[in-house]
Write a protein that binds this ligand. Structure first.
Ligand code: ATP
Ligand code: MG
Length: 418
């Protein structure tokens, strides 16, 4: 074990959230062993602003609950304590131990090796070995302000390496989401994935299909909406992981040079999402799916027109059902977002039809702005016709009422059509 004393590291006490400190201090006063761990310590050492501070202790969840009025216990796979301060939640985990001769009620594994329950408690050095990557397993104590590094996290942090603790294949099989986490941290921190940690990723990618769709949805938001979506997505494609998460996209995403409409749209939507995150603007998870699934939707819709002799609108509606139903099997997109995705897609169908009062009515719709933003994105990819339509809508929004009226009238006049 490596101990980095407070003189040798750059973590300042002041940068830690007050609530997290409160929780730590109270546990310490009650006589428990307690540390900060995880992304908070890692990010502080890298001089980045941590998202949150995870606390870990030898107190059991029940003992934690007894110490804090504002505490609730959550989780089945991992039992955790949440100490709640308004909108801020401090997560407190009890040290996790090894699974030697485990009792069934505290530990369970599926046939494929996935951990279903992992509630064997242990000591701090055992806890370190149960964590995912070395850089996520550094423990900061406010007893002596030292960092305790049991698995070589400090060295890997200096070498900029994402390294799984233990045997990579076993650790991926226990929890395939670690595959996505490796990629997420590599993109976010601009680190390399260490050779033995990277090597099994492609081969084991299919294990992601066994992960619950709701967990994958949560993970996907972290992958694509943390400000490094584009880089993350490229890494996912490098390791051939896309097909396991987005079965409908990969069918239409076969280009090696990433030049298909789907791939260009993917780059465009993730690039603009990254930009929005950097500017602190709101992002709508539905919008990413709108863009990602748009071309697969169009390919399928055209096929339905051919094969089932449907009109364009009916084919489009059926295709959206099929595509969304297929997608939610792997990624559980919440129902409210599904409704938004449909609305924005339908707007693409209606935006070209502008005569009479139609354009005025469309502009009043709730999702008009999102629909128009998406139209602009399409314009860059699909070319002239959509470009012209998107320009028309830009002008229409920026002029006064009487000019709008004229624009609509011109649509009906064959001589003034562009
Ligand atoms: P960030 O919060 O910046 O995304 P993080 O490292 O804090 O990164 P969390 O998901 O908040 O990630 O998890 C906190 C800690 O819990 C991790 O640093 C890691 O030590 C441990 N951990 C999380 N998920 C797993 C997992 N699937 N397997 C093993 N350990 C995990
Ligand atoms: Mg965290």
């Amino acid at each position: 074990m490596n101990i980095i004393t407070h003189k040798k590291h750059n973590i300042s006490f002041k940068k830690i959230s007050k609530n997290a400190l409160k929780v730590l201090c109270r546990l310490q006063k009650a006589g428990f062993e307690v540390y900060f761990v995880g992304g908070g310590v890692r990010d502080l050492l890298l001089e980045r602003i941590p998202k949150d501070f995870d606390v870990t202790t030898n107190a059991t969840p029940e003992q934690i609950k007894r110490l804090f009025k504002n505490c609730r216990l959550i989780g089945r796979r991992f039992r955790l304590a949440h100490v709640v301060f308004g909108r801020d939640v401090v997560e407190v985990a009890t040290f996790r131990g090894y699974h030697r001769k485990p009792a069934k009620s505290v530990f369970a594994q599926s046939k494929k090796g996935i951990l279903l329950r992992d509630n064997v408690y242990g000591t701090v050095n055992q806890d370190a070995e149960r964590r995912d990557f070395t850089i996520n397993a550094m423990y900061y104590s406010i007893n002596d302000y030292s960092i305790y590094d049991y698995v070589g996290g400090i060295g890997d942090l200096e070498d900029k390496l994402i390294r799984l603790i233990g045997d990579p294949k076993t650790r991926y099989r226990e929890d395939p989401v670690r595959i996505l986490r490796a990629i997420r941290f590599a993109a976010k921190l601009n680190f390399n994935i260490e050779k033995d940690t990277a090597e099994p990723i492609e081969e084991l990618g299919h294990l992601l299909q066994d992960v619950s769709a709701s967990r994958l949805y949560e993970e996907l938001l972290k992958l694509f909406q943390s400000g490094y979506g584009l880089k993350t997505c490229r890494l996912m494609r490098k390791y051939n992981l896309f097909q396991h998460l987005f079965p409908t996209i990969s069918e239409d995403c076969a280009n090696k040079d990433y030049s298909s409409f789907s791939e260009r749209m993917l780059d465009s939507v993730l690039g603009s999402t990254d930009l929005r995150v950097k500017k602190g603007q709101k992002i709508n998870p539905a919008f990413i799916f709108v863009a990602m699934l748009w071309y697969p939707l169009n390919v399928l819709s055209a096929r339905l027109v051919r094969e089932r002799s449907l009109n364009h609108y009916d084919a489009f509606m059926q295709a959206s059902n099929i595509i969304l139903n297929k997608q939610i099997k792997t990624i559980a997109i919440p129902r409210r977002h599904i409704a938004t995705i449909r609305e924005i897609w339908q707007l693409q169908f209606h935006l070209p039809i502008r005569s009479g009062r139609r354009a005025f009515r469309l502009m009043k719709l709730n999702k008009f702005r999102a629909g128009f933003d998406f139209l602009e994105m399409r314009a860059e990819i699909e070319g002239k016709e959509i470009e012209r339509l998107s320009k028309w809508w830009t002008i229409f929004q920026n002029v006064g009422f009487s000019m709008r009226q004229t624009m609509v009238e011109k649509l009906d006049d064959p001589d003034s059509r562009a």
